[in-house]
Design a protein. Sequence first.
Length: 290
Amino acid sequence: MTQARTAEHGRADRDAPANSNEVYAKGLARAFAGAIIFGLPLLMTMEMWTLGFAIHPFRLLAFILSNFAVLVVLSRFGGFEPTETLAEDVLDALGAYAVGITVSALALTVLGLISKDSPLHEIAGMIAVQSVPASFGAMLARKQLGDGEGEKREEEEARSAGYAGQLFLMMAGALFLAFNVAPTEEVVLIGLKMTAWHTLALILISLIALHALVYTVGLAGREEAPEGYGTGRVFWAFTCPGYGIAMLVSLYVLWTFGRIDGAALDVVAANMVVLGFPASVGAAIARLVV
């Protein structure tokens, strides 16, 4: 009996690394697929190509570091492989960024946007900018393309069930969708065309959309209102902070891309409100994506 158990444990020990490597390989494959799916629209957007070498290096570095910090925390809620410790989250985020950089470099090369004659600083800038949405896609691939992994998925959902977890997911969703819209010139153009009444109306619509999509409309993955919270309390405790987060994310993204440099305060506010609309929608649907 003892010899049988010993042999069984020996086989388990030999199989564990193989199973672990297989799981990691599957997660890595899903990460590449997610990076392509999430990054492809911006990889084929002209404004993103020029931003790569037009954006200020300090702002680009700050944005990359901020995005990496978001990826580390996002890994706790569902990275491309299950994690237990902060070190694993950091490695997960590094892996997602590596996938994002690889996919961006390959795609830009295949599309003829990077060649051997391209200046090194332009190549680095283009890849750095494009790797942000691609790394998001890599990190979220297991949720979107995986099979759930049972108890691990339940554990990660429990991590995001708290108030801070929900606000973080709103921030991540707002950042992702705002980043997809902010590079376009239309954000600035719409902001210039809008009157004060348009601005107030868009704020109201954004708040209604955020509240309805998260707590009212029966979407798959939507949040249930906490026990004892009525509509009014949910609005003040979740919807308003969520919209505030979306606006701050919008301001940061606009600053990163230089969209508000030298602009008057009313123009900055209008651009924030315009970008805040897709950012608030991103905050609302974060649980569907993350």
